[in-house]
Design a protein around this ligand. Structure first.
Ligand SMILES: [Zn+2]
Length: 388
């Protein structure tokens, strides 16, 4: 096992530099649950990797507590909305996967860190690939059983006969959770045949800045650190795209015979990454202060967005009792509760609400709200997270 010290970069082992400590001792997980503990973020000045302090017991957390979207098979997160058409995240991911990878009948595919195997289910419906599943929790078994048979899944460890077996390993939003990503990517490489293809998607903290303060995202990969990670595990032809999936890095690579083929680190890229990291740290440090300033004591309030940003605003508000509801366009969210407040469709905003906090990714918040019918409602004041 490589050194898993919190002060060492999990990609290159260099010493880390602390850049951020959250002001509240409550933080939020990616599932919008409150976690007791501060967020500490560090950056590696050698490879540009960004590291957060891990939850105290990460293994226990994923085995029992972490249940991503296990409500129903069809539950999914919105990726985008154009007009009345909602594009779900897994559909977008499938489109990108099929555009980048040739998936012929019988291709041996492993879905690494697959959770309830949404992507595998979509792939199975669209191709004749031979799909296998891996995760570090047994709680998704009911979903796996609907998809395939026991010889095609593994939990915690992979069987010896899976060595060098796979033509394609795909991994969607798993590596940001893994405390020792280098061991995990070496594990992935050991399961692939030479010439096999890797397709991995992780959050891009610069494209979706909430990622920076999510309690269970212990890694924030950057273009330079993800490249180095893949090179260390013997991958070549590495391509990283930060445009095709908003808020994410999509990396593709080919497994080679060499154990490791590290190229020179691009120092300019690393330096730019470090300064962007410092800007993000400054943004989050200033945000709590800004929410406190705009947190009005008068009138009825609502929060637009029941995802991470909306939940984050709620936990920072001084006057939580005045929040009537959360608004969300996602029909799977409507009817639920968040912090004991109802989640309703935007058109169901109660008439007496005078202040609407916009809990959306700042990159799309203003565009989304200017297209919303709520923008014409008189007497309603919008409070955005950015300074505007
Ligand atoms: Zn590093």
């Amino acid at each position: 096992m490589p050194d898993a010290s919190p002060n060492r970069c999990p990609v290159c082992q260099a010493s880390l530099t602390a850049v951020f400590r959250s002001s509240s001792d409550q933080s939020l997980t990616s599932l919008c649950e409150i976690h007791e503990g501060r967020i500490d973020v560090s950056v590696c000045k050698r490879c540009g990797h960004i590291r957060s302090n891990a939850l105290a017991d990460l293994d226990q957390f994923y085995d029992t507590e972490y249940k991503i979207l296990t409500g129903s098979v069809d539950e999914d997160q919105i990726y985008d909305k154009s007009g009345d058409r909602i594009v779900y995240r897994s559909d977008h991911q499938l489109a990108v996967l099929q555009e980048r990878q040739t998936i012929d009948a019988g291709l041996k595919v492993l879905d690494y860190g697959c959770a309830k195997a949404d992507m595998s289910r979509k792939l199975a419906a669209n191709t004749e690939a031979d799909i296998h599943l891996f995760d570090v929790s047994a709680q998704y078994l009911p979903f796996w059983q609907q998809l395939t048979e026991e010889s095609r899944w593994a939990i915690y460890e992979t069987p010896a006969e899976w060595a060098e077996r796979f033509d394609l390993v795909m991994s969607f939003f798993a590596f940001e959770h893994i405390a020792d990503p280098l061991s995990a990517i070496e594990h992935v490489a050991s399961l692939m045949r030479v010439g096999g293809r890797l397709h991995i998607v992780v959050p891009d903290t610069f494209g979706n800045i909430a990622d920076f303060v999510v309690a269970d995202h212990v890694n924030h990969f950057t273009r330079s650190s993800l490249t180095l990670l893949l090179e260390k595990a013997g991958f070549a032809d590495i391509e990283i795209d930060d445009q095709v999936h908003r808020g994410a890095l999509v990396a593709t690579a080919t497994k080679t015979v060499s154990e490791s083929a590290e190229s020179e680190l691009n120092q300019d890229l690393v330096d730019t990454t470090v300064s962007r990291t410092l800007e993000l740290a400054k943004y989050w440090s200033g945000l709590d202060e800004r929410i406190a300033q705009i947190s009005a004591s008068e009138g009825a309030h609502a929060i637009y967005g029941s995802g991470f940003y909306g939940a984050y605003i709620f936990t920072r508000l001084k006057y939580r009792d005045q929040v009537r509801c959360f608004l969300d366009q996602n029909p799977f969210q409507q009817g639920k509760q968040l912090f004991r407040k109802p989640v309703v469709a935007p058109s169901d905003l109660p008439a007496d609400v005078s202040t609407l906090y916009i809990g959306l990714n700042p990159a799309i918040a203003r565009r989304t709200m200017s297209a919303s019918p709520l923008s014409n409602r008189s007497g309603l004041s919008f409070q955005f997270l950015d300074e505007g």
